[in-house]
Design a protein around this ligand. Sequence first.
Ligand SMILES: [Zn+2]
Ligand SMILES: [Zn+2]
Length: 364
Amino acid sequence: MVEASQSGPTSVACTDPFAPSGRSTGKTRAVRAAILHGPTDLRVEDTAAPVAEGDQVTARVLANGLCGSDLSAWKVGRGQPVILGHEIAAEVLTGEHAGRIAVISQTNCCRACPLCLEGLDHYCRSAAGLGAVRFGGVFGGLGELVTCPPDRVLLPPADVDPAVMTLAEPFAVAVRALDRPEVRAARHLVVLGCGPVGLMSIVAARLAGVERIIAVESRPGRAQLAERLGADLVLDPADDIPRALKQVSPVGVDVVVEAAGVLPTIETAWRIIRPGGTVILQGLPKDPFPFDVQRWALKEITVATSIGQSLEQHQSALDAIATRTDIPFDAFVTRRVPLDDTPQAFADLAAGADEIKIIVETSR
Ligand SMILES: [Zn+2]
Ligand SMILES: [Zn+2]
């Protein structure tokens, strides 16, 4: 892993990863990358290639999904030039799996400390993920090349379109959030909000064996996709949701997944959850939520939160994408853009473009 330097990605030494056996040629190799220089200042330009250290492998990024966290970083900048992107599918160029198309996990972990051993490897103290906002990564999937430790190369069990493979990361986020016994036992589960996170949660609920999945979404395209992905019923938030759900379960539903990330839907979650039910807060509202403990305690509600994913969950999400051909994962990909169009793609997302996932085909 290349550590952040004061002057950013352009200051690192370079080797030619395309040279025979990956040896240094002594020449500087430039790669194309979308570099975030400051708030909304994203430029596609040449920069020095990342250098594989030790047994790290180098991979050529084929596709990178744009994430809400990338958009947040784009709005405020990172204090130094950085190449964002952590939803990565790439062709492995060096090491044991050279020639394979793989997902590159952004998680960088030691696999030995207590946190890693508990499946909390994305909290490992050694973490410095690729392009991720939280972990201070520098070379992300919006650059043509990335380097990573060999065990961050996740191979799909069957061939998958690289753009669809990138979905393994956001899908693993939903898999982690819903990996709970009460979800597996749920007779009914309501997903509030069908953006990428909510739609991924519908698929995760389906794979967990939830009997009845109800989605709440107003945008027609997203509501239709919710149905295609496995929602048994889709309600419009303009309807009286608590009343409509009385027909599903008069005492309230077993599990609610809040995926809209706004305060009013957290209130809706309280209203529709059954006593003893579980509310999973998947959305990340900008503002703090005034939490009335008494009110939530009087229904004995379990409130669950979750973020990111372990390496194992990332792999199992990829396995599902590659093998569950009955689930139209490709429908998540609503736009593909070449690297040069990345700044416009961010501007469109910031302006509220109705896209589920924009995939940058970095090395197209
Ligand atoms: Zn993401
Ligand atoms: Zn660790």
